[in-house]
Design a protein around this ligand. Structure first.
Ligand SMILES: C[S@@+](CC[C@H](N)C(=O)[O-])C[C@H]1O[C@@H](n2cnc3c(N)ncnc32)[C@H](O)[C@@H]1O
Length: 271
């Protein structure tokens, strides 16, 4: 299906914002360090969702520019394509790939519009935190469902809505919810938050959008984890302290439903 390009002013804003974050050498724009390449798959898949071997798999690293995800999956033996909206983030992927002699294809595109890819082209789509940068999440899931093959995996990480609602600075008894859960438009600009990226436009997606829309796009959720960043003894107001009250992220393992033969269906529920 040929869908119209859904790019909005927020897309253009975030492209410029991420290019600027690269120029400022901010976090998430730094390539993977040498030690991550000792066991690249273990680094990227600490939970063990990928079965310990992705050699030869066709992997889409979605909204993954920055010289980390693409390089590590390629070092683990996958055939890697990195998609990102920011040319500067993709340039980092090309630099790292050249330095480490890895084969990484880079494509400048928005995660909700990837007409350059064929239906079912990828075995696996990995998608680090970035759905917060698009106003609507349904077109993203529809595109991922289209480009991943039947029974292929979609591993994604998202900002939890509660974390986007909670104040950056602590109140007397914890972190107050200062943003409504049901809201329209981007979140207010933030300064000094380790949970948000300054200069970007971010959107809160509710649980019924994060998970319900994923299911409705054609995925079955097989597992879900909340990566632990909190520490009870952390300094009040620090990233680790706030994360002890409000988990910042959720990671989801989903598999594309497909028209499967009875034999394959058994494989789907008992991988
Ligand atoms: C938090 S970074 C993820 C990759 C990062 N290297 C990391 O270590 O997690 C978020 C990425 O999303 C990208 N991005 C933002 N909006 C996008 C969109 N609409 N389509 C594709 N990529 C987008 C940004 O350019 C940025 O590279």
């Amino acid at each position: 299906m040929n869908r119209p390009d859904p790019q909005t002013p927020a897309h253009h804003h975030n492209r410029r914002a991420w290019d600027a974050l690269v120029r400022e050498n901010q976090r998430f724009t730094r390539p993977a360090p040498d030690e991550d390449f000792l066991d690249p798959l273990a680094k990227m898949d600490g939970v063990g969702w990928l079965g310990g071997d992705i050699r030869g798999q066709n992997v889409l690293c979605l909204a993954s520019g920055g010289g980390k995800h693409g390089a590590l999956y390629a070092a683990a033996g996958a055939r890697v394509t990195v998609v990102d909206i920011s040319p500067a983030m993709l340039e980092l992927d090309r630099q790292v790939a050249a330095e480490r002699k890895l084969d990484v294809r880079t494509v400048e595109a928005s995660m909700d519009h990837m007409p350059m890819f064929a239906d079912g082209e990828f075995d696996l789509v990995v998608h680090p935190v970035s759905t917060c940068y698009v106003p609507k999440i349904a077109p993203v899931y529809q595109e991922v469902a289209r480009v991943v093959r039947d029974a292929g995996l979609y591993i994604s990480q998202h900002k939890q809505p509660g974390s986007l609602q909670a104040d950056v600075t602590p109140a007397r008894r914890g972190y107050e919810l200062v943003e409504p859960y049901f809201r329209e438009g981007p979140l207010p600009a933030v300064v000094g938050s380790q949970h948000r990226e300054e200069g970007t436009l971010e959107f809160l997606h509710r649980w019924d959008e994060l998970l319900g829309l994923m299911c409705r796009a054609g995925f079955v959720i097989e597992d879900l984890v909340e990566p632990k960043h909190g520490r009870a003894d952390a300094a009040v107001g620090s990233f680790a302290h706030r994360s002890h009250f409000v988990p910042p992220y959720v990671r989801v393992k989903a598999r594309k439903r497909g028209s499967v033969s009875p034999g394959r269906r058994i494989q789907l529920i008992a991988p």
